[in-house]
Design a binder for this molecule. Sequence first.
Ligand SMILES: Cc1cc2nc3c(=O)[nH]c(=O)nc-3n(C[C@H](O)[C@H](O)[C@H](O)COP(=O)(O)OP(=O)(O)OC[C@H]3O[C@@H](n4cnc5c(N)ncnc54)[C@H](O)[C@@H]3O)c2cc1C
Length: 381
Amino acid sequence: MSAVQDVGIVGAGASGLAAAALLAEAGVAVVVYEATPDLAALGSGITLQGNALRALDRVGVWEQVKERSFAFDVTGIRAPGREAPLVAEMRDNRMGGPAYPATAGMYRPDLAEILLGRARAAGATVRFGARVTGLTQADDRVTLTLADAAGASTTVTHDLVVGADGLNSTVRELIGIETRPEPNGMGIFRAFVRRPAGADHTELVFGGPSYIAGFCPTGEDTMYAYLVEDKQDRQGLTAAEGSRIMAEKARPYGAHWDDVRAQLEQGVEHVHYTWFTSHLVAEPWHRGRAVVIGDAAHSCPPTVAQGAAQALEDAVVLADVLTTHDTLTDALWTEFHARRVPRASAVVEVSNQIASWLLAHERGDVEGLHRVISDLVSQEP
Ligand SMILES: Cc1cc2nc3c(=O)[nH]c(=O)nc-3n(C[C@H](O)[C@H](O)[C@H](O)COP(=O)(O)OP(=O)(O)OC[C@H]3O[C@@H](n4cnc5c(N)ncnc54)[C@H](O)[C@@H]3O)c2cc1C
């Protein structure tokens, strides 16, 4: 017996689809409402650490993720400059346990497609082109107002609504949570490129004209490369402009960046630019029968690459408490928050601290903070 019989999930990102798959698998009726007309995950890569892979295994997609990602256990650090000497090569902790690699890089749309397939196979309904615009609660039911692409409105009701609707969450606003993501001052270019021979694990350069120049392999022939700068207004940037600016910014970096720069100079199809943000919704993350998870509840600069990992863990723990309690009681929410809030808070705090040191050009104990997070997220959530 589950605490709820039918759940509406707002948002078909990683957290929404993972929660949908787990709840539907347990026999709960699930409908996911997604505003975009189809899976619109940005066409760049994502770094999935061991605890994210463990969560994806819980969702039932590890075998597919393994097939379509690029696994490695080492991170290289190079010095800035054209010579780019290797400063350190560190063996990464397998945070999900020995069954998973330390890290797997992946093309984001592949992850989105796998999660969508899993949610549907488990029995969840996923409705694209359904934007949630209203939410009211009465008599143990939650009513959502949906707008379709033509602007026509309908309503649906559920036992529980999960706001997995990302950074600018509408559900968060509709249930009266005032916390909003704030820019932290940094912006990032990401380009999806051909993987140069020998670039078989993440390499990072701290310093030079960019705060971070890095890349992460995502497949036999692919990887994504990124440059972190002071945030700028680059709205409406085309792929051609992004490639040109990124190529220019990559000029002072050497080693595999020579190959990346050559590709950027030719023009790369997938180049994205976004600002880093930070926020953390204070406990509780629910109001009545509506709860926010993933980026709706917390965001941070990806300096420890844990955002999606934490979003997936939110989904796993929420599905756990909803399917192991018989009713939606305070005890259920207490357990949910005890298992999620300290962990997500630590990730936000550490990620912000590392970003602040970079912004101040200060050398803090980055390795020490990485160890803190690694020890924490190595534990089951
Ligand atoms: C530059 C950058 C790099 C990152 N790199 C990493 C990394 O390497 N590793 C990592 O673990 N994490 C990383 N992250 C974090 C990670 O991308 C996010 O934490 C994760 O994608 C959040 O997933 P989500 O499901 O919570 O939200 P989202 O993926 O944002 O999904 C929300 C969904 O809700 C939909 N939606 C929004 N409003 C509505 C509405 N009103 N009605 C219906 N649908 C709606 C949206 O269209 C969207 O599909 C990075 C983040 C950034 C910004």
